[in-house]
Write a new protein. Sequence first.
Length: 485
Amino acid sequence: MITIATPDELEHIWNWNGAVQTPVERCVHHIIQECAASQPAAPAVCAWDGELSYGQLDRLAMGLSGQLSGLGVRHGHVVPLCFEKSMWAVVAMLGVLQTGAAFVLFDPALPEGRLLTLARQVKANVIVSGDLERQLSSRLAPNVMALGKFVSQSLYDQPASPASSSSLSDVMYIAFTSGSTGVPKGAVITHRNLASALHYQQDSLHRTSSSRTYDFCSYTFEVSICNIFSTLAAGGCVCVPSEQQRQNSLVESIASLKANTIDLTPSVARILSPEQVPSIETIVFGGETLYTKDVARWWGKVNIINLYGPCECTPNSTINGSPTSIEDATHLGKGLGLLTWIVDVDDHNVLLPMGCIGELLLEGPIVGQGYLDDPEKTAAAFIENPLWLLEGSPHHPGRPGRLYKTGDLVRLDKDGCLTFIGRKDSQVKVRGQRVELGEVEHALLSCDFVDDAVVVLQHDDKQGARMVAFVTIHDQTSIREKTFI
């Protein structure tokens, strides 16, 4: 085994990571159906285009499942869902799952050429869309099932289809992410993956039957999948704004939907204040680095949660759900439903000790299957049996294992929590020294009068490589501060 950790440090790391979490052997739609059976009259979806109780949601999903089965949708198929924000998108997700198929979310705002590429990658034969997206969808797949208020009765009248033959290792959904060659990569997530994530993460997400979760994100982002399924699995209500509301009247929309939980990037949260959204009890930050000045505006007024997760391992991998201070809230927290390891940036067979910056590896039941029809990229990112894992430590036997290489740089702190540093591919060398551009940006953003900052590497024939910072500062900033920055 190769490691630069001392024996005591190695033992400490293995004390946290000695046992892999047990997978949860459930299909996710079965969890939602159990909620519907136990509380059929409870609100499940409150949207700009309608409201659904759990009983209504389940009946519509069963009806859609029957109609999709009639179109030939079967176990093992992948069905694109093309919707603007709508209650019907939630119906579509559950309806597809009940056929035994998987879904992939399409955002109709994306260029049609990209959507066509994605449709071809999943070999789409049937696509489910909203009424407004019917025409676009007809150019993406041979068969379109359009949902809206005019088809709701036909779904209620549709005989329930036979129970699907979904197995726990079956694909539940596919989330596409950018590929280095320009071709999107489809991250494959199974029922076992997401059911395990829901089981291990619900408490830290503060999801309960009283939750009214505002689903802000576009369907391009898998955060929406987390919002929907974590809320429904807890018996709460998913609040769905229109595209216009979420982009142009966020405050008013939160109030009208009576939302008490919201998931935002820090940059979007900066346009809000606690005073504007008094119904919000929990704010969830994710998708970007969280700074103390972002936390300070909300501290002591709402519950603050900091999430991190690559789409290859369900939407969330680590959660900091109970921070003890403003500074602590900026940390990523600990893995839930998985274990976290930090290795050398250039060699994943070298395990790093606490305090060192390295690449984050994830191990456990929420690590996804890999990339759709791409064994080469899957093998590069999802590794098996690194030497230090097989070796173990003096008091912990080694084991075989499969881990995902995130490409993210983090530091393991003494309490077992992670601090995000930046992306592996944003490391550069300046005058022979390795520099993380994200750390420089972090230092700039820590200045109270800086609104935003981006640091890039510039190459000059005379001076060589140098860092250049582009900074946006407050309009009210004094000339003296501007000179300083």
